[in-house]
Design a protein around this ligand. Structure first.
Ligand code: FE
Length: 283
């Protein structure tokens, strides 16, 4: 059984054109959880007409962005001509690889009339061999993402990547990753096997979850030690709604500058040059 290394409260950070996110990492306390580079929880908000902000045209190279919408709709466009809508429960697993320029904006309806937006974005690093791969999208609708129930139905797990309770994800990852959205009722227990070599964490969306005597609540991250091959959690009088994320560390050097994540500083300089020379294309 893994023990808990620390419980970290997310920082509030302004992003894109001016919306707020809760960010457990990177922060001064925690730079990354190899192979994960960043986690943002878009602040759930009831927005008035004209208030919804997004992230207009910006580039990415060398990693993946995983967007998981909980409420509302975002519209995505990129320099390769791809266009899509991600709504409540849908996941977009975007492999930026050698580079894309994209925009991530609230749907026109939400921009015009207002509405509710709530979602998550996880950045997954790519190994050196895949950093310059052709960009790839896996837009996955909520209804095609497997959901598993524990035998007594007290735990429900949406399997975005990896395996849980006998269900396998439909999304393919470049390196071994587990990404689960777990909903536990009050006084429930859940165990998830996780290979001993993986880094693993929980990020709580609501309620309270306990492991090894430590408790995490809303917008807190529980980081596990690499000291066992399963994670065991329980709930008390309130249930819990959280992400359980784990992955095989890359153990490679990381050189990052804003939206570019490479292995060396010279590869970052190259990415900036390529971007300035228009090699990422245009929307
Ligand atoms: Fe982006």
């Amino acid at each position: 059984m893994r023990t808990v290394a620390s419980v970290i409260t997310a920082s509030r950070v302004k992003e894109g054109a001016g919306f707020y996110v809760r960010r457990p990492f990177p922060t001064r306390e925690l730079d990354r959880i190899d192979p994960f580079l960043l986690l943002d929880h878009m602040e759930p908000n009831d927005l008035g007409p004209g208030e919804a902000e997004g992230a207009p045209d910006h580039p990415h190279r060398g990693f993946e962005t995983v967007t998981y919408m909980l409420e509302g709709t975002m519209v995505h466009k990129d320099s390769a001509g791809n266009k899509g809508r991600i709504s409540s429960g849908d996941v977009q697993w975007m492999t930026a690889g050698s580079g894309v320029i994209h925009s991530e904006m609230p749907s026109e309806e939400i921009q015009r009339k207002g509405g509710r937006l709530n979602g998550l974005q996880l950045w997954v690093n790519l190994p050196q061999r895949d950093k310059m791969m052709a960009p790839r999208y896996q837009d996955t609708l909520a209804e095609s993402i497997p959901v598993a129930d524990s035998p007594d139905k007290s735990v429900k797990v949406k399997v975005i990547a990896g395996e849980s309770l006998g269900q396998s994800a439909v999304i393919q990852t470049r390196t071994p990753i587990i990404y689960l959205h777990v909903k536990m009722m009050a006084d429930a227990a859940f165990e998830q096997p996780i290979p001993a070599s993986f880094n693993a964490f929980i990020f709580v969306l609501s309620g309270q979850v306990t492991s090894g005597g430590q408790t995490a609540s809303s917008d807190q991250l529980m980081l596990f030690n690499q000291d066992g091959d399963k994670v065991s959690v329980s709930t008390a009088s309130t249930g819990a709604d959280f992400l359980l994320v784990a992955g095989e560390p890359l153990n490679e050097p990381v050189s990052r500058y804003g939206p570019f994540v490479m292995n060396t500083k010279s590869e970052i300089m190259q990415a900036i040059d390529d971007f300035n020379e228009g090699k990422f294309g245009q929307i």
